[in-house]
Design a protein around this ligand. Structure first.
Ligand code: ADP
Ligand code: MG
Length: 352
């Protein structure tokens, strides 16, 4: 009789549920950094500092000067599906990086997380959660903003810990995440430090807050992140079609690369890895590059949030456009136009 051996259905407890969710949201230290920096940006921070030790495996600390969290709200911030960013009534109209209220409880389930925060005009407070065990809210001394400290990521899920790569590789991935987010927020200062071992730590990356209009600020930030050479060889892109606005910089074909490393795509400020958009970028350069060369570009598509679904992927790195052909067409035509114009300018300069 099969029925006798049938296992009964059980409701999992919160700690188990959070560990399962963490498996999707937090793949490695860099994904934790991404979630924490996005929270700082959502909080309106103007300065964000990321410290890590041992490739982020033992320590990740994100300090911001954003709006802060009230002491009374700290336990909620650590609760699953609790968010200040949406009210749940319109999942197609999202203006923030976060909206699912999953990052902090997930990180608290698989590591040792503590949050100290102080909104303007309030006292500072802190809370800790270790492997899903939440402590009490206590007073904390800090000037303002929020400090989130994550120690021993994945200590509660040893299987995941085993899959991490070398400290060097994990640190590299953290750097990539911070630089990508820094490209999307040129008016915000970013500092990244490796604080492994003794001493004050080593600054890995710094981008001061840029000034001026959006294009000037973006150009300055791209020079800082991708290098002067990219900035000097980049064409400004600014085109619009049926509610989609494409901006950014695309490099001249002569600055192309042997691999697709220098392709950065953003949708409503969110870094994405999207086959459709990468394909459009390739298509735009098709007549200008040989097959083994790859274009370099940092492109930003802005649109009404209702024209794109960001709730497709746990790490939110994929998006779905309501009209994919429109996004593709806009990229291809805007870049071809800019490249053709630059080519024309170059040939007339040589001739003249
Ligand atoms: P989400 O970002 O999807 O809302 P999180 O779990 O990342 O979910 O964060 C939960 C809540 O905690 C946020 O909605 C926000 O209210 C608060 N929060 C998290 N980080 C910060 C921060 N750095 N500054 C201010 N508030 C924060
Ligand atoms: Mg978040």
């Amino acid at each position: 009789n099969i029925g006798e051996n049938r296992p009964s259905i059980r409701q999992l407890d919160d700690a188990a549920i959070n560990r399962i969710a963490a498996g999707e949201v937090v793949e490695r230290p860099a994904s934790a950094v991404k979630e924490l920096v996005e929270n700082a940006i959502d909080a309106g921070a103007r300065r964000i500092t990321v410290d890590y030790a041992d490739g982020g495996k033992t320590l990740i600390r994100v300090t911001d000067d954003g709006c802060g969290i009230s002491g009374a709200d700290l336990p909620l911030a650590l609760s699953r599906h609790a968010t200040s960013k949406i009210d749940g009534s319109d999942l197609l109209n999202i203006h923030t990086f976060g909206f699912r209220g999953e990052a902090l409880p997930s990180l608290g389930a698989v590591g040792r997380l503590s949050i100290a925060s102080r909104p303007e005009g309030e006292d500072g407070a802190q809370i800790s959660v270790n492997g899903g065990q939440m402590g009490a809210v206590k007073p904390a001394a800090l000037n303002g903003g929020t400090v989130v400290t994550l120690r021993d990521l994945f200590f509660a899920t040893p299987a995941r810990l085993k899959f991490l790569r070398t400290d060097r590789a994990e640190a590299q991935a953290i750097g990539d995440v911070v630089k990508r987010l820094a490209m999307a927020e040129p008016f915000v200062q970013f500092v990244l430090r490796d604080v492994s071992g003794e001493g004050a730590g080593r600054e890995v990356f710094r981008a001061g807050a840029e000034q001026g209009d959006m294009f000037a600020a973006l150009h300055g930030r791209l020079a800082g992140v991708l290098g002067r050479e990219f900035a000097e060889n980049a064409l400004a892109i600014d085109a619009q079609r049926e509610g989609l606005h494409l901006t950014g910089y695309a490099a001249l074909p002569t600055y192309s690369r042997g691999s697709a490393v220098a392709q950065y795509l953003f949708v409503n400020g969110r870094p994405v890895r999207d086959k459709l958009l990468v394909g459009a970028l390739r298509g735009a350069y098709f007549d200008f590059l040989s097959r083994d060369r790859h274009p370099a570009a940092a492109l930003f598509i802005g649109c009404d949030p209702t024209l794109v679904d960001v709730n497709v992927h746990p790490a939110k790195s994929e998006v779905r456009f309501r009209d994919p052909g429109l996004a593709r067409g806009l990229i291809v035509s805007a870049l071809r136009h800019a490249l053709a114009e630059a080519g024309h300018r170059a040939s007339t300069t040589v001739a003249g």
